[in-house]
Design a protein around this ligand. Structure first.
Ligand SMILES: C[S@@+](CC[C@H](N)C(=O)[O-])C[C@H]1O[C@@H](n2cnc3c(N)ncnc32)[C@H](O)[C@@H]1O
Length: 267
């Protein structure tokens, strides 16, 4: 009989997520943008990008939604963490908040495909701090639980909404639910008592984002300054060695950011 050699179990690699607590801390790209201004960064990097890339970035920017925000607390399974990030980014949401009150958030690289890089990921140690920060920005913050009182369909999307999802086992702690403005339920009709975490997040975010976009009458809602910053950030993320290219270009000749960018080289 043919013998199979046992393969050692290899854990799939996890994403290196930004380590900061609170809103995403400025990284090297943000510092580059702060130093030279987003228009200068774009003027220097646009010729290095293909026309298709530039067009794709503009298309995604125009549809970026900042007013629907998912929040996850103490996710155990890196598959679930990654699936939430991937769904949120694919739906065009710009922010994801992660509560690490007991469990460090991890996401599998093979599933996210690096898509967290296009988003702003905030990490919090305390649910109350996260909820307070979102309240201060005008968000209504809603918990989700199979025992929630507000059906998803009834959520008011006339103002920015953040929705908090609990973990695979215990769900959300009572303290987090109490800190929120209400608890939402996704109605269920089968024998199963709850949806999977990442499935719930995708179902809820998809519906809320669609309703918010319909109400706004447009796909995206980021202000001009945030769009300009993101455009420069995404250009820099798409170009290998962007920082060096920018520094060398600025040293060679100061850029006039008001001048029209060169046509990108399609090669
Ligand atoms: C697997 S469930 C956790 C179930 C946990 N035993 C409980 O009762 O909350 C993971 C998360 O998905 C969300 N969830 C699952 N089903 C839901 C539903 N029908 N309505 C609202 N949220 C739900 C909640 O955020 C929950 O914390």
């Amino acid at each position: 009989m043919r013998k199979f050699r046992e393969q050692p179990f290899e854990k799939p690699p996890e994403e290196d997520l930004p380590p900061a607590t609170g809103p995403r801390a400025p990284d090297a790209i943000d510092r580059l943008i702060a130093q030279h201004g987003p228009a200068t960064i774009c003027a220097i990097l646009a010729p290095v990008l293909t026309a298709e890339r530039v067009a794709r970035i503009e298309h995604v920017l125009a549809a970026r939604l900042g007013s629907i925000v998912p929040v996850v607390e103490d996710v155990y399974e890196p598959h679930n963490g990654a699936a939430v990030i991937r769904s949120a980014e694919a739906l065009g949401l710009q922010e994801l908040h992660v509560l690490e009150t007991g469990v460090r958030f991890q996401a599998l690289r093979g599933i996210t495909r690096g898509c967290h890089r296009w988003m702003d990921l905030a990490r919090w140690r305390e649910a109350a701090a996260c909820v307070d920060a979102l309240h201060a920005r005008g968000f209504m913050v809603l918990a989700t639980t199979p025992r929630g009182a507000i059906p998803l369909d009834a959520v008011d999307v006339s103002r920015p909404v953040a929705v908090v999802f609990g973990n695979e086992h215990a769900g959300l702690p009572d303290a987090t639910i109490a800190a929120c403005d209400g608890a939402v339920v996704l109605p269920m009709f089968g024998f199963t008592e709850s949806f999977n975490l990442s499935v719930t997040a995708a179902l809820a975010m998809s519906q809320l984002a669609a309703r918010r976009r319909a109400l706004l009458g447009k796909d995206g809602d980021l202000d001009d300054a945030r769009i300009a910053h993101l455009r420069a950030r995404w250009y820099a993320l798409k170009v290998r060695g962007a920082a060096g290219i920018v520094e060398r270009a600025v040293r060679r000749a100061p850029i006039d950011p008001s001048a029209p960018a060169e046509t990108p080289d399609p090669t």
